[in-house]
Structures are given as structure tokens and as C-alpha cells.
Design a protein around this ligand. Sequence first.
Ligand SMILES: Nc1ncnc2c1ncn2[C@@H]1O[C@H](COP(=O)(O)OP(=O)(O)OP(=O)(O)O)[C@@H](O)[C@H]1O
Length: 241
Amino acid sequence: MSGPSASPWVDLRQVTVRYGRVQALDRVTLRITPGERVALVGANGSGKSTLLRVLNGLADASGGFQCNTGMRQAMLFQRPHMLRTSAQNNVALALWLRGTRWRDARLQALTALQRVGLQGIAAQNARTLSGGQQQRVALARAWALRPDVLLLDEPTASLDPHAKREVEALMADFAASHGAAGPAHPVTMVFSSHNLGQVKRLASRVIYMEHGRLVADLPVHDFFNGPLPEAARLFVKGELV
Ligand SMILES: Nc1ncnc2c1ncn2[C@@H]1O[C@H](COP(=O)(O)OP(=O)(O)OP(=O)(O)O)[C@@H](O)[C@H]1O
């Protein structure tokens, strides 16, 4: 794990995002260092997805934004987008788009599918797979790209308990691996979740958001055991019942 002095992957200063009259992010200041596993929690509409989109460069934001552009990123969504072709081709296409020759891309895709335990269904049309399997294909697709940073927006929210556990185990495995930069550079993971058990199991740091603001930002142990701002305390109590 990197110490606090490590140079950040990303450094946001007073970042604001507006959608018309809605202020989805409100002057967010945040620094994430390589190897951190950051969970974003908060009620619906608190700004978690918007923050992930800012981190992934997908949202128009004002304010200061510095990012180590040498670090590769991949993003997963609650419902992965699968093309109407085999699971193997879905993974291979991502590699091909990054410049890998098609033949090599197909081979690397198979290795990535093995990693998520889906080599047996590599030839199956990805759209016919279960939600849990599709999310595993999406993880394989991300894995194949060897990202240094993995961003996940409620990746297990629409899955049954069994599929949830499988995807969560793969997320833990992913977080314990390293990116293209080598073993000294563990993967940085930022994910949003309404599942506080999952947050406890996977995160090293927890950020509680409300109305587009970061209300609490603490190491995971302190978040669940120490005093919290009242809004965050009530949220945790409510989510745990
Ligand atoms: N494309 C958009 N156009 C207009 N408003 C948006 C858009 N995306 C998000 N918002 C608004 O911005 C605010 C933050 O939304 P965001 O999706 O980031 O919250 P969230 O914490 O991820 O919610 P959830 O837990 O429901 O996924 C909400 O008020 C939402 O309605």
C-alpha cells in the first residue's frame, strides 16, 4: 500500500458539476493515491456516479483537476454493455480497439475469461448470459486491458446474492493485483456501493456523500467504528438495519 506521501493518481480541487439547475457535485476536493481502495457511499442522487464519471473523464466539471495520465483506467457500470457477439469477442474487441492484433486479442481474451472462471462459455453470445456472468465478462474485459485504476459504479447492485459474492471476490482479486506498470504498482480501485458489508470487506477508505459534497472521508476502520458526522451516522444506521 502506498503511503500518504506517494504522488497522487488524481487530485481534485473544488470540483463542481452542474446538470442544468442540479448541482451534482459541489466543490469537491479529493486526492487519491495509487493502491487505495475507495468506496463511495451515500443516498440516491448524492453524486457518487457523477464523481466516478469525473474521475473517468466523462463529466464536464469546473475546478482543478490533475490526473496522472500515465495510469490506465477502466470503468464498470451496474449493467455492463455487451455487444451482440461471443463473450470472447466482447473482450477481444476492447483489446483490438487499443491496437492489439485480432488474433492476439482473441487469445488474450480467452486468458482473461479464464481468470474470471468463464472460459467454458467463451463462445456464447454475451447478451444471453446472466447478469452475474455479464458482469464477470465486463471484469475480464477490464482485466485484459491491464488498468492501473479500476472504477466501478454499483457493480453488484442488480445481482443475486450468489452472483454478488462471485463478482465481489473478483473485485478483491483485482484490487490485490497490479497494473501494467508492474508489481510495485497495485491497482487503485474506486467503487460506489449501497452494500455496507461489501464496503467493509473491500475498501481501505470510505467517502460518504450528500448533495454532491464529501461529508466524511475516513479510513474504513474509522468510518465503521469512530464518530461520524450526524448525517453519515444516520445513513450507516439506516443501511445496516
Ligand atoms: N445526465 C444528467 N442530467 C441531469 N441530472 C443528472 C444527470 N446525471 C445525474 N444527475 C443528477 O445529479 C445528481 C447526482 O446524481 P448521481 O447519479 O451522481 O447520484 P448517485 O449518488 O450516483 O445516485 P444513485 O445512488 O441513485 O446511483 C442527482 O440529482 C441526479 O438526478
